[in-house]
Design a protein around this ligand. Structure first.
Ligand code: F6R
Length: 241
């Protein structure tokens, strides 16, 4: 694992955006695995800025997102689909057919999971997967206790995750209780993994995930078994490492 220490959130975002752009420059028709949440916001902002300056071209890039809430349609402001359009897709030259995210309103969520897994295979697998880190160690919506051999599946959100995501919704009751997420196995099949973390709230879990035992009770600890992981964290997130 490579660790890049950034001074603050802005520096973390720029360093991670540089790594993603390098991937796009080296392989213009690459497949990027994308994440939502607050951590990647600065990365997407930076990528949009570089695109507008003509420094990065997404015309051949394909994206697959990690997860989506069950029950939220793509035009729901709280859906991850909406988030991606708002923060990246609508601002760069990527056509909608090249962007993929699980359908949270699919009539049969389990068959949507199988289809999504087939889609990842069909596009050739993920070249670089961007991951944020949940405070409870989750990656995607793979909550503590999730088996490492799961492909894309329907996941129940833990109480901790519901509480952490409550800030985006009007009321706690509005936070969906389940989601479709790429599984740990799907994530581990990515050729390269880029983990980003910011803030003191992530310091403890970062230490446990990367320097503690590999265990399903800390899902991100599985990343210790991947042979190409880059971690970009700011000073606060890396303060215990
Ligand atoms: C988002 C996702 C989640 C987040 C994690 C961290 O697509 O899958 O695992 O990456 O919850 O979220 P933030 O960045 O908001 O701290």
């Amino acid at each position: 694992m490579r660790v890049y220490r950034a001074t603050d959130y802005y520096d973390m975002s720029r360093k991670a955006a540089n790594i993603l752009s390098a991937q796009v420059i080296l392989k213009p028709n690459c497949v990027l695995g994308l994440a939502t949440g607050s951590t990647p916001l600065g990365i997407y902002k930076q990528l949009v800025e570089w695109y507008k300056k003509g420094d990065i071209d997404f015309s051949e890039v394909t994206t697959v997102n990690l997860d989506e809430y069950i029950g939220l349609a793509g035009n729901d402001v709280n859906s991850y689909h909406y988030f991606m359009k708002q923060h990246l897709w609508d601002h760069v030259n990527i056509s909608p057919e090249q962007t993929h995210i699980p359908n949270g309103t699919a009539r049969d969520a389990n068959s949507e999971c199988l289809d999504y897994e087939r889609l990842i295979t069909r596009v050739g697998g993920v070249d670089m997967q961007l991951l944020g880190l949940g405070q409870n160690g989750h990656i995607g919506f793979n909550e503590p206790g999730t088996a490492f051999d799961k492909d894309t599946h329907v996941a129940k959100l833990s109480k901790a995750t519901i509480e952490a995501n409550e800030r985006y919704f009007a009321r706690e009751e509005d936070v969906p209780r389940s989601a479709i997420t790429m599984g740990i196995r799907s994530i581990m099949q990515s050729r390269r993994i880029l983990v980003v973390a910011s803030g003191v709230k992530k310091s403890e879990i970062l230490k446990r995930a990367f320097f503690g035992p590999v265990t399903p009770s800390v899902p991100a600890s599985v990343l210790q078994l991947h042979n190409d992981v880059t971690l970009v964290g700011d000073a606060e997130a890396l303060s215990l490492i």
